[in-house]
Design a protein around this ligand. Structure first.
Ligand SMILES: *[C@@H]1O[C@H](CO)[C@@H](O)[C@H](O)[C@H]1NC(C)=O
Ligand SMILES: *[C@@H]1O[C@H](CO)[C@@H](O)[C@H](O)[C@H]1NC(C)=O
Ligand SMILES: *[C@@H]1O[C@H](CO)[C@@H](O)[C@H](O)[C@H]1NC(C)=O
Ligand SMILES: *[C@@H]1O[C@H](CO)[C@@H](O)[C@H](O)[C@H]1NC(C)=O
Length: 335
């Protein structure tokens, strides 16, 4: 928790070198190692140079009880070493075992076609936490059973930037800081003020451990098309004058309009730069995809974890069970 930021930068850089060779895309993995790099004159054909949004800029602190569907997706190896490290992306709980997030968070090689996604064992999902580096009794931690990234995810245009994370257990609704958010099934009206959340960068150089939120209005689709040539499957939101936006580390997190999941934080040019609002996956466009992918999930199965996988799962009900059983056996045999 008290790791100096220089070390964190080093960690992130090592991680990013070993994990991804992703050209100009700035991944959440890389979020601490570089600032924003894109030129304000990018043509859509240069979309590969756009910076993926990592964090809420220009927002305010909130508690998880205000957005109980918000989760953080973390790299398990780092998370298990130091609680609070390993943030990759945000996500939104959409039903008891399913989190909706962005495909780019899980793509193995963003220049490779067809796209491949990382296996589920690399990740852990944390719900019910306001601080990225603090767990309390409402915090729930889940391993991942399966990751379904969109098969047409395009790393150049970031079209179809959507992924489902199938959790290795049912989320309990007993904690009031963990809830699902309904999907928006209709188009958002221009001017609607929506909300974004995240633990990403607060400014393009800084970093916040506390959940941030910012309001962003839905912009006119023709304006978005003019700036970025966006298709129907993407929408843009924010302020043309800049100042408030998502940034590195926020990717995959929800765009909430009228209490529904309307978008997934996907990308932008810089963070909160004037003239370049944030781009979001248009969730209502993908409702059928979400439902059909959900229908392929096997709800009777749980991932069998190898021994190293059991560590640090203090909140896992399975583990509690095994511990209880072990104690019982010891008590019975030992007398
Ligand atoms: C990604 O894919 C490209 C194109 O196939 C290949 O040249 C490159 O080596 C791959 N990079 C990694 C890290 O696998
Ligand atoms: C991604 O989109 C670009 C621009 O439309 C296209 O040229 C490219 O072939 C697409 N890549 C994949 C993998 O579909
Ligand atoms: C999003 O998708 C919906 C459903 O396909 C569509 O009606 C709408 O025009 C799209 N764009 C926006 C900005 O909502
Ligand atoms: C996925 O399917 C399960 C089981 O049928 C259902 O309970 C859940 O609501 C579905 N989730 C979504 C997001 O459609």
């Amino acid at each position: 928790m008290d790791i100096p930021w220089q070390l964190q930068v080093l960690f992130q850089m090592l991680l990013s070198w070993t994990l991804v060779a992703n050209g100009h895309l700035e991944f959440p993995f890389l979020s601490l190692s570089t600032g924003h790099t894109s030129s304000p004159h990018n043509e859509p054909s240069d979309a590969g140079k756009f910076v993926i949004l990592p964090k809420v800029v220009g927002g305010y602190s909130i508690t998880i009880a205000q957005v109980p569907f918000q989760v953080s997706v973390r790299r398990r190896s780092m998370h298990e070493r130091t609680y609070g490290l390993g943030l990759i992306c945000g996500g939104a709980l959409i039903s008891q075992r399913v989190v909706c997030s962005a495909a780019h968070c899980f793509a193995v090689n963003n220049s490779y076609n067809p796209v491949r996604f990382y296996g589920p064992k690399l990740f852990v999902v944390v719900a019910g936490s306001t601080q990225i580096d603090q767990a309390d009794r409402n915090t729930k931690e889940y391993l991942v059973q399966q990751i379904i990234g969109h098969s047409d995810y395009n790393a150049t245009t970031l079209e179809n930037d959507i992924a489902l994370i199938f959790l290795n257990g049912y989320v309990s609704w007993s904690s009031k800081t963990v809830r699902a958010i309904p999907l928006a099934t209709k188009a958002q009206r221009e001017g609607t003020t929506c909300l974004i959340n995240g633990w990403g960068k607060v400014t393009v150089v800084g970093k916040s451990g506390s959940l941030q939120q910012a309001p962003v209005p839905i912009l006119n689709p023709s304006l978005c098309r003019a700036i970025y040539l966006l298709p129907m499957s993407q929408l843009c939101a924010g302020f043309m004058q800049g100042g408030i936006d998502a940034c590195q580390g926020d990717s995959g997190g929800p765009l909430i309009c009228d209490g529904q999941l309307a978008g997934i934080i996907s990308w932008g040019v810089g963070c909160a730069d004037p003239g370049f609002p944030g781009v979001y996956t248009n969730v209502s466009y993908f409702v059928d995809w979400i439902r059909s992918m959900n229908a392929t999930l096997d709800y009777s199965k749980y991932l069998v974890m190898d021994s190293a996988d059991g560590r640090r799962l203090a909140t896992s009900p399975q583990r509690t069970w095994w511990l209880a059983l072990a104690f019982l056996l010891i008590a019975l045999s030992g007398g």
